[in-house]
Design a protein around this ligand. Structure first.
Ligand code: GLU
Length: 280
């Protein structure tokens, strides 16, 4: 018997959803429908500064308006104990270490990095070999995951084709030791995402192509925690007329604004671009 398809929509309630999000979520919805599976809505409300209850209500309303339905829901802010348990396992296995030089990188660590400007710079490994970390989580401390130096993390994306990203501490690496835990007691996006995808039994992750490098990081965490790696479908991104990737700041392209301007859900869906062929 084949494994049933389980997918997820994982919006962050930090602004209004725009047509770019809608496009990716629509693909996730259509793929789940085609497979006659199950879809989760995961409210990624971990960022204490930027998450807002009114945006969480709006995102649910806007997705329903567009025609997307899901079978189950969960909120990340209610699951911090689970993330802490995973973090303690990484600590016991000696795979993470405390880092005192993370202040700037930490700013956005609970959020998925969608642009080079929010992604963590490749860390030079300064705190890697400081004193051996205690096997219990020390309060008020940031932690990084130690990546295998020089190893290429490879996976075949269902849509974007074969991918390879090099981990390490030198400038030529695609990513370095990345943040997994913040001193304010919250997991990073990378850790929370991996724990939840495993707990929800996700078989395919559909998200934007800007998260390909995060997938390589997440595969390392899955291996470390003994979790399976789901399939990945990284969808093409929508851009504005100037070729800039859409972001929450493009207010005129929010689903709300389009609906208020009299567009129907079908009018919005008609604006979604064709996906290019795999590997393009
Ligand atoms: N909440 C994340 C975002 O806003 C989800 C990323 C993912 O799908 O893993 O992009």
């Amino acid at each position: 018997m084949s494994v049933p398809y389980i997918g997820r929509l994982a919006p962050s309630p930090t602004g209004l959803l725009h047509i770019g999000h809608a496009h990716t979520f629509w693909i996730a919805y259509e793929r789940e429908r085609a497979a006659k599976g199950k879809l989760w809505l995961r409210d990624e409300d971990l960022d204490p500064q930027r998450s807002r209850a009114d945006f969480a209500v709006a995102m649910r309303e806007d997705l329903h308006w567009l025609g997307i339905t899901w079978e189950a829901e969960m909120r990340q802010s209610e699951r911090v104990d689970l993330y802490r348990a995973a973090m303690e396992k990484l600590l016991l296995d000696g795979l993470v270490y405390p880092c005192s030089c993370s202040r700037k990188d930490l700013q956005h660590a609970t959020q998925a990095p969608h642009e080079d400007s929010d992604d963590e710079p490749v860390y030079n490994g300064r705190c890697r070999f400081a004193a051996a970390p205690k096997a219990i989580l020390t309060p008020n401390t940031n932690y990084r995951f130690r990546v295998p130096d020089g190893e290429a993390i490879r996976f075949v994306d269902v849509h974007a084709g074969p991918q390879s990203f090099r981990a390490g501490c030198d400038v030529s690496a695609d990513f370095g030791d990345f943040l997994v835990w913040r001193k304010d007691g919250l997991p990073s996006y990378q850790l929370a995402c991996v724990v939840d995808d495993a707990a929800m039994g996700i078989t395919e992750v559909v998200r934007g192509r800007d998260l390909l490098k995060s997938t390589a990081r997440q595969i390392l965490l899955q291996r470390a925690l003994g979790f399976p790696t789901p399939s990945y479908f990284h969808a093409d991104l929508m851009c504005d007329d100037a070729g800039v990737r859409l972001a929450k700041r493009h207010d005129a392209l929010s689903l709300r604004a389009m609906r208020d301007a009299g567009l129907s859900p079908q009018d919005v869906r008609d604006r979604f671009p064709e996906q290019r062929s795999p590997g393009a």
